[in-house]
Design a protein around this ligand. Structure first.
Ligand code: GDP
Length: 138
């Protein structure tokens, strides 16, 4: 699975009309979409997805934000996918993100930062499996 990563276009970016713009950046950067769905996380889904952050002070806010509206979830394929996608999305805080990155272009602030990108091959596999069954991956 070293050539795959998992992403979500978060509720802020969906609300602000950026699905098309973000997908264009992703595919132009050479990522192939191997699974994709438009869906909404329940509170329980968001709690489970972000369980690793449950001790952080912003966990409640993060769960509320990520479940407040629809998202686009996708599995992406490319050589060196995890690292290259983290470079494409930019720093967590859009104020610190490099020019041309997805978060610099489309994010609102450190909390509502437009996109998720897996931070390791292991998490990419776990997060992809959270959203997609084997027969939804092409
Ligand atoms: P990422 O790997 O760049 O997404 O960043 P982290 O793993 O550190 O944080 C996960 C997500 O939690 C971020 O993408 C933000 O949506 C959210 N987040 C991070 N820092 C803060 C914060 O200080 N306040 C709030 N409300 N949310 C945050």
């Amino acid at each position: 699975m070293t050539n795959r990563t998992f992403t979500m276009i978060k509720p802020d970016a969906v609300e602000n009309g950026h699905i098309g713009g973000i997908l264009e950046k992703i595919t132009s950067a050479g990522f192939k979409i191997v699974a994709m769905k438009y869906t909404q996380l329940s509170t329980r889904d968001a709690q489970a997805f972000y369980a690793v952050h449950s001790e952080r002070p912003f966990y409640g806010e993060l769960v509320e934000f990520m479940s407040r509206g629809p998202i686009v979830a996708a599995i992406l394929e490319k050589d060196n996918a995890v690292e290259d996608f983290r470079a494409l999305i930019g720093a967590t805080n859009p104020a610190e993100a490099a020019e041309g990155t997805i978060r610099k272009l489309f994010a609102t602030n450190i909390a509502e930062n437009a996109v998720h990108g897996s931070d390791s091959d292991e998490n990419a596999a776990i997060e992809g499996a959270f959203h997609f069954s084997g027969r939804e991956i092409y």
